[in-house]
Design a protein around this ligand. Structure first.
Ligand SMILES: Cc1cc2nc3c(=O)[nH]c(=O)nc-3n(C[C@H](O)[C@H](O)[C@H](O)COP(=O)(O)O)c2cc1C
Length: 195
């Protein structure tokens, strides 16, 4: 039985197409069966903390040096690390904002990725990701449409950050494009026809 972590990062609630597409992916996975539970982490309803001077210091401490204040400052980070550990499949929705991922998703990543936790260094100072074998589905909503040959900053970034700092390499991207076009209607079925 598998656990799904569903990450929502659009502020538009039920109007959001990235939430709609990521929910459609979760529903497909549920239909396939063998799912134990779905954890929903809505990054807008509960925003990740901003990395500030004191919390950044805690991020670089050796776990043996943690004190009560560290536990408090790292409580959100520890919670989302536990959610990632527990998940076999991560379904992540993001709007495209100025060609990049949403702000809350970036804040979530900055809380999640941690030396000694999501990756460790081996004796040759090579990073070894600690979350190998998990699967990520990325659902991206954009007002415009992609043009062949232009950079795909969102998908490339998510793939690189997960590969480099968590060891996750199995990442599939689904896109809902042209959401700001006049008369636009979401057709999740056709986007997921090969799912
Ligand atoms: C601040 C802002 C920046 C945006 N930047 C882009 C962009 O760079 N490219 C694009 O195609 N659409 C852009 N859009 C449109 C959104 O990607 C589009 O509305 C999308 O459907 C939002 O995702 P959601 O429906 O999940 O909220 C932008 C919208 C906002 C509000």
């Amino acid at each position: 039985m598998k656990n799904i972590l569903h990450i929502i990062s659009s502020a538009r609630g039920d109007q959001s197409y990235s939430q709609g597409l990521s929910t459609a992916i979760v529903n497909r996975l549920l239909q396939r069966g063998n799912i134990n539970k779905v954890i929903v982490r809505n990054l807008v309803k509960q925003a990740p903390p901003c990395a500030d001077e004191i919390s950044i210091h805690e991020f670089y401490k050796h776990p043996e040096a943690y004190d009560d204040q560290s536990k408090q400052l790292l409580s959100y980070a520890d919670m989302i690390v536990d959610e990632m550990r527990e998940a076999d499949v991560i379904v992540m929705g993001t709007p495209m904002f100025n060609l990049g991922i949403s702000t809350p998703l970036k804040m979530w990543l900055d809380q999640l990725i941690r030396a000694g936790v999501t990756y460790v260094f081996d004796e040759h100072w090579t990073r070894a990701g600690q979350f190998k074998g998990k699967k990520v589905y990325l659902a991206v909503a954009s007002g415009g449409r992609s043009i062949d040959g232009t950079p795909d900053y969102i998908s490339d970034y998510i793939k690189d950050v997960f590969r480099s700092y968590t060891g996750i390499t199995d990442i599939e991207t689904y896109r809902i494009e042209g959401t700001m076009e006049k008369g636009f209607e979401a057709d999740y079925e056709s986007i997921l026809k090969d799912f």
